[in-house]
Write a protein that binds this ligand. Sequence first.
Ligand code: B12
Ligand code: SF4
Length: 495
Amino acid sequence: MNILLINSPNETDNSLENANYSLFPHIGIVQLATRLEEDFGELINVEVIDGGIKTISEIKQKIVRFEPSIVGISVLTPTYGEGLKIASFAKQRGAIVVLGNDHAIFFPKEILSNRSEIDYVITNDVAEKPFSDLVSCIIQKTSVQEVDSLAYWNNGEVFINPVKQYSLKDKNTVPNLDFIKNDLAKYSKKYYSQHGHLHGEEVNVVTINNARGCENKLRCSYCSIADLRVTTGDPVQFWETVTRYHDKYNINLFFEVYDSFTASPRYIKSLLDTMPAYVRRKIENGNIEFMIYARTLGLLARDNVNKFRELGVRRVNIGLDSGDADILEAQRKNKTTDKTNIDALKLLSKADMSVHGSFMLGAAGETFSTVKRTTNHIKEIMELVEFSSIEVSRLYPLPNSPIWDMLVDYFNPQFYKNSKEIDSVLAKLNLYIPAAKHVELASKYKGADLFNKEELMSDWYQNFTHIDEDFAVSEIQKLDDFIEMKNIQTGKNVG
Ligand code: B12
Ligand code: SF4
C-alpha cells in the first residue's frame, strides 16, 4: 500500500515568506513516515513531500505518479486552503485523505462536516500512535472506533474519539532522514543564501525535536500552539540522533523546534550531563551548532545563556513582540518587559549568539504612541546584538489563542473564565465593544473551517486596536526599509 505524507504550502507568494520559511525540513511528516515504516515494514511504501520546497503542481504530479491509497496532509490555519486543493485532487484519484497538525486539531468537526474530500482527522499533536493505528485499521479493513484522537463519520454522524496524552519520555520516534535525503541539500542551500554569513563555510541544516511546550502558563495572547504542556524526550537519544545526523548526513546546524528551550531547567541539565565528549569537541570546534526558540525571561534566569552556549546554541529565535511594557502585558507575556528583552539581548551578544526577533504592530489596545515606542525600541536594540533577521508583522489572529477568544469565542472562551473577564481586560485597554458586535463576529466565524486572513485581520484591527491596519502596514514598510539598510534580513509572518 502506498502512503504519501504532504506538508501543505503557505498560500502567500514567495516574496512574502517569513524569515525562516522553507529553510528547514518539515520534520513532523518525516517522523510520521518513520513510525509507519517501523510499524508496517514491507506492508507499506511511504514517501513524504514538503510544500515548503515543492509547488502545488509538483505535489499533484507526485500524487499521479505514486498513486497513494492514503494521503496524509499537514495543515496549519494559513496553509489549510492549499491543503484543501491537494485533498480534493487526491480524493478524485481515489485516495483516503487524512488531515493532521494544528488547524485539523482545532476544527475536526467543522472540517468533516464541510469537506467531503476529507475522510479522517487526527486531533493529537503527538500523532504517531493514532496515525499508525488508523493505517492499521485501513490495511486490515477493521473498525476505526478504537483509534484514539480520531475524528470520523459513523452512521451519518461525526465522532471524535478521546485524545490520549503521549509523553515524549515514553517514546519519541527519531525521524529517518533517508526519506528526505535528496532534498537536504536544497534546504541547506536556501538557508546558506540567507543566513550563511552567520556560520562557517558550509551549512547543512535539519530540524530536530526532542521536547515540546512552554513555561508561559498564561499563554501569549496570539499563541496558537495546540498543547503547551512541557514534555521532554530522552537526552541520550537526543545526542545519539545529533551524532548520527552529523556523521551520516554531514548536518552541522540543528534547528531544535522545542517551543521554548527555557521551559525545563531539568531537561537543560540532563542535556549538559549526557553530552558525549565527541559532540562537545565538535561544538567547541564550531562543527555543530544549534538554533532554538527561547523566552527572554528564561534567558535571564539560571545562567541559561552560558549553559546554552555550552550546548552549542548559536542562534536564538525570540518573540520580542513590542517595545512597550503595557502592550507586552496585554499580550500576556507574563512579566516580560521591554527592559527584560534588552537585558537578554545584551547577554546573548556577550555569548556571541545571533538573534531572530519578531515583532507585531496591532496587539489588543495598540495605539499610535505604543507603535512609536516599538519603532524606537527596534532601532535601539539593533545595535545591541547581531540580528540574523527582524520580522515585523501585522497581527494575524489564529485559533486556539486568547485573542481568538476575544474575536470569535467571546461567548464561550477557552482562556478566559467568561465574557465578563474579556470585557474587563478590554476595558483596561480602553476598548468597549458592543454586545451586538460580538454576536456579529461570533456568527460570522463560528462553524467555519476556512478563514480569510485579510478579513480576520480587518475585523481585529477595527475592533480591538486603536490604530488603522493601513497605518500598521505603512509603519512596517518603513521599519523594513530601515532594517534592510542595516543589512539585516526582514520577513513576514503575514504578507
Ligand atoms: C518550527 C516551526 C516553524 C518553522 C517550520 C520549519 C519547518 N519547515 O517545519 C518555521 C519558522 C519556518 C514556521 C513557519 C510557519 N509556521 Co510555524 N511553527 C513551528 C513550531 C514552533 C514547531 C513545529 C514543529 O516542527 N514541531 C515538531 C514536529 C515533530 O511536530 P508537528 O509539526 O506538530 O507534527 C506532529 C503533529 O502535529 C502531527 N502531524 C503533523 N502533520 C501531520 C499530518 C498528518 C496527516 C497527521 C495524521 C498528523 C500530523 O504529527 C506530528 C508528529 O507527532 C510550531 C509550534 C508547535 N508547537 O507546533 C509553529 C506553528 C506550527 N507555526 C505556525 C504558523 C502559523 C506558521 C506559518 C504559517 C507562519 C507564516 N504565516 O508564515 C508558517 C508555515 C510553514 C509551513 N507551511 O509549514 C503556527 C500554526 C497555528 C495554526 N493555527 O495552525 C504554530 C503552532 C505557532 C503559533 N503561531 O502558535 N514554523
Ligand atoms: S512564549 Fe511562545 S510558545 Fe510560549 S506561550 Fe508565548 S508564543 Fe506560545
